[in-house]
Design a protein around this ligand. Structure first.
Ligand code: ASP
Length: 585
């Protein structure tokens, strides 16, 4: 038997027991007369002592130990004379009577403790060592616990967990596909699923009624902190449901997760915000509601007073930065620089200070009377001590720019507290999005998303006005999930394909399998998917989803540990009927 207890298990009640532990040596402190060894496994750390009168062979092994040696210890549990209240095992230590080295270890490339001294790249390369550290172990444990709670809740609600294949054809989520060459069908390729969207809809045709899957999805996109080329979704679909049914069940699910995993009771119904309200008040379809600072439309107040910048703009909007009236010139200049950065692209920033005595002072005082300035400040909800920040330009572009500024100010004010949660549903998304460059409409979600019945009348005359039966679950400025009620009327579906620029042949070629299946009786259905990695990072309080994925890829899509992607040999290429344009040496 390798061990009787784990390294996190022993307490004062075990004193005098003879135990066997096994784990990794985190630290050895040799004090001459005594040697202390911190022995670690994923359950915790136990202090091992080798005393002056310990057997000679025990002392010899202890002297030869290095960091990360795998060690088995037999010994007696004793009460510590100086207890460590910070450690769960801090009341005891184990006096070693036998030490066996199960495996030696080379000096690790970074410290494997709560905080490591290793840089990102090094820790990615030796991910298995980084994963030994308690913070990452806590993340993996959290992820496991969340997966169990998801399964428990959905299974209790009658959802069936059904697996769908990874070697499929292109799936319509609008990203680039990862493809896999086929050996048996020369010159043909599988695509890895961007989501199981079409497959889960086929499961509804097949009568499974309620489906879920915690499933890997693949999207070949440029990477950011909250994106990985392969990521995990909690994918769900239900039959005979309307939007309300989906929102009801997944609101209960979300509350279940907050309660069981975080110990947070969300008693209020989740707020439901129409997309247009989210855009106009927060400049984003994923508003961060942990704090206020809502936008106000100032266009009518700002225009007609001779300030050309505002007069020429389609839209003028601003918000009151709470308590920021005391910002210095330098601080305001920094905010101006912030909005003028290329990624944001605003031309300039107008400000109004509401001073403690209620007097207003602004960067455009020469164009407006104090009353006119005050009217704008009041519309923005400013109180004494606030600083109103105003941008102008094309409506949605300006709103998006102001959103970046709102988040920046909130960050500076410490309002983006990761321990606070402000979940909501964003609903009533537009069905289509116009693209200036290609001069055509695109589906905001995927082409199976159903329009609102009352908006179907505008499909031809004014597609931009049609709202979708689509919804997103948003928390703290991040989209955690989203989905829609699907079209199950084949005429409407054909119309959608047409509006999205597919010819009947193209639509048949890409989606024929689904449309043909529908002909055999498709129930009304809808569903949604949550980003599991994002949900883990939200609960865990981290910005990066990488910290919640055991073996993630870096920003270039590389697995630094496996050194993938890599070259393959000629024989393998031949078998796959692939000729490299420029064969590698
Ligand atoms: N397939 C969608 C997605 O991956 C989710 C859904 O519509 O159910 O975003």
């Amino acid at each position: 038997m390798y061990r009787t207890h784990t390294c996190g298990q022993l307490r004062a009640a075990n004193v005098n027991e003879t135990v066997t532990l096994a784990g990794w040596v985190q630290k050895v402190r040799n004090l001459g007369a005594m040697t202390f060894i911190d022995l670690r496994d994923r359950y915790g750390i136990t202090q091992i002592v080798v005393e002056e009168h310990s057997p000679a062979d025990v002392k010899t092994v202890a002297d030869g130990l290095g960091r990360e040696y795998v060690l088995q210890v037999e010994g007696r549990v004793v009460e510590r004379s100086s207890k460590n209240p910070k450690m769960p095992t801090g009341d005891i230590e184990v006096v070693a009577s036998k030490l066996v080295v199960l495996h030696e270890a080379e000096v690790p490339p970074f410290t494997i403790e709560e905080n490591s001294d290793g840089g990102d790249d090094l820790r990615m390369k030796y991910r298995y060592l980084d994963l030994r550290r308690p913070p990452l172990q806590r993340n993996m444990i959290l992820r496991h616990k969340m997966a169990q709670e998801i399964r428990r809740f959905l299974s209790d609600e009658g959802f069936l967990e059904i697996e769908t294949p990874y070697l499929v054809n292109s799936t319509p989520e609008g990203a680039r596909d990862f493809v896999v060459p086929s050996r048996m069908s020369p010159n043909q390729f599988y695509a890895l699923p961007q989501s199981p969207q079409t497959l889960k809809q086929l499961l509804m045709v097949a009568g499974y009624d309620k489906y879920f899957q915690i499933v890997r999805c693949f999207r070949d996109e440029d990477l950011r902190a909250d994106r990985q080329p392969e990521f995990t979704q909690i994918d769900c679909e239900m039959s005979f449901v309307e939007q309300e049914d989906v929102l009801e069940i997944f609101e209960r699910w979300a509350k279940h997760m907050f309660r069981e995993v975080m110990g947070i009771e969300l008693t209020e119904p989740l707020r439901r915000m129409p997309w247009i309200e989210a855009m106009e008040k927060y400049g984003s379809d994923k508003p961060d509601l942990r704090f206020g600072m809502e936008f106000a439309d100032l266009t009518d107040l700002a225009q007609g007073h001779g300030f050309a910048v505002f007069d020429d703009a389609e839209y003028v909007t601003g918000f009151a930065a709470t308590g920021c009236a005391g910002y210095t010139r330098k601080q305001i200049d920094a905010l101006t620089e912030f909005v003028k950065r290329q990624q944001i692209g605003a031309k300039g920033l107008v400000w109004i200070r509401v001073e403690a005595d209620g007097n207003v002072k602004s960067s455009v005082d020469k164009f407006y009377s104090p009353e006119q300035v005050r009217a704008m400040a009041e519309r923005a909800g400013a109180k004494a001590g606030d600083l109103v920040l105003i941008l102008c330009g094309k409506k949605f572009k300006t709103l998006t720019q102001l959103c970046a500024l709102r988040l920046e100010v909130a960050q500076q004010l410490g309002l983006r507290d990761p321990k606070k949660f402000a979940p909501l549903w964003v609903i009533d998304f537009p069905l289509f999005e116009w693209d200036d460059e290609t001069q055509r409409y695109y589906a905001v979600h995927h082409p199976f998303t159903s329009p609102k019945l009352e908006d179907v009348q505008y499909l031809d005359s004014d597609p931009g006005r049609v709202r979708a039966n689509a919804y997103d679950f948003v928390c703290n400025g991040t989209e955690i999930g989203g989905g829609s009620i699907r079209i199950h009327d084949s005429k409407l579906q054909a119309k959608m394909f047409e509006l999205l620029g597919f010819t009947a042949e193209q639509a048949q070629e890409r989606f024929g399998f689904l449309m043909n299946a529908f002909k055999y009786g498709a129930p009304p259905h809808g569903g949604l998917a949550f980003g599991f990695d994002r949900l883990c990072s939200l609960f865990g309080g981290s910005e990066s989803i990488r910290d919640y994925i055991a073996f993630p890829k870096n920003n270039n899509g590389r697995d630094m540990m496996l050194d993938a992607p890599g070259y393959i040999d000629q024989a393998q290429l031949d078998e796959l009927h692939i000729q490299l344009v420029k064969p590698e040496e």
